[in-house]
Write a protein that binds this ligand. Structure first.
Ligand code: DGL
Length: 275
């Protein structure tokens, strides 16, 4: 029997906070444990095996802190590590625990968002190269044309808190121009990296207002709510004291300073070492 515990939320760094805050807004009753692997972020252009090893270590660290359900609030980790963890590791670690990703819930809503069936994905090199988005979208909507663009500088701009500065404009415009050159008919653009919602004002500035921009947090939160309603045995062991604990693999004060900007509030943070 699993002991009741918080819901784990993991990202390579700060990006998953954009997902956590939407989850907390929709499901404020639960307890959460957030882990950012800031000392090893960004994950974006790391190899498949390294992302898998780092993500597995993070999931184990969250399990050790009592989580029974962990959300990989990172597209790169969802693309490169989720399947192996679900299929190979969980049966050995604890078959009752669960790890969920964020690509599938995003793919599920795309069919209702695009009018002309031309969809673009912006993501890290790892997410785009993995082809996870086209694969998941085509399982559900084979008629949608999916075009990807890797934006290797965007997550580092956010991690380094340069996202409001002029340097960010150069890289944002460059990648948006590239993807629209590949498919000028795109009417729906997925921000397929949890860091990118921090760049949304600049992204909007360089795009025609006719293009829908999909920021994942809201849909991941709705999908988690739906998951918990379909899995009452898991819902019953999610503790409900409205408390969130924050962990980072970097210095705690560094994380709390940056996270307070992302979350608009001061938080207590604990540094942990995972390996
Ligand atoms: N936030 C992560 C994602 O959603 C990746 C950023 C990175 O570590 O490169 O893909």
């Amino acid at each position: 029997m699993l002991k009741p515990g918080p819901i784990g939320v993991f990202d390579s760094g700060y990006g998953g906070l954009t997902i956590l805050s939407e989850i907390q807004e929709l499901l404020p009753q639960y307890d959460y444990c957030y882990l950012g692997d800031n000392s090893r972020a960004p994950y974006g252009d790391r190899s498949f095996d390294v992302v898998y090893q780092f993500t597995k270590q993070a999931v184990l660290a969250l399990f050790d802190r009592g989580c029974n359900l962990v959300i990989l609030a990172c597209n790169t980790a969802s693309a490169k590590a989720l399947r192996t963890i679900q299929q190979n590791d969980l049966p050995l670690i604890d078959p009752q625990k669960r790890v969920l990703g964020i690509i599938r819930p995003t793919a599920e809503i795309v069919g209702n968002m695009t009018q002309n069936r031309h969809v673009g994905i912006l993501g890290t090199v790892g997410t785009i190269q993995s082809e996870s988005y086209p694969i998941e979208i085509h399982k559900l909507f084979p008629d949608i044309k999916v075009t990807g663009e890797a934006c290797p500088m965007w997550a580092p701009l956010v991690e380094n808190r340069e996202y409001n500065n002029a340097g960010a404009d150069y890289f944002i415009k460059k990648n948006l121009d590239n993807i629209l050159l590949k498919d000028p008919q795109i009417d729906t653009l997925i921000l397929g990296c949890t860091h990118y919602p921090l760049l949304i004002d600049k992204i909007r500035y360089y795009l025609s207002p006719q293009i829908n921009i999909i920021s994942q947090g809201k849909y991941v939160a709705e999908s988690l709510k739906d998951y918990l309603s379909r899995h009452p045995e898991m819902e019953a062991i999610c503790t409900k004291e409205e408390a969130t604990r924050y962990f980072t693999t970097e210095a705690a004060d560094k994380f709390s300073g940056a996270a307070s900007i992302f979350l608009n509030k001061e938080i207590d943070v604990e540094r942990i070492i995972i390996d």
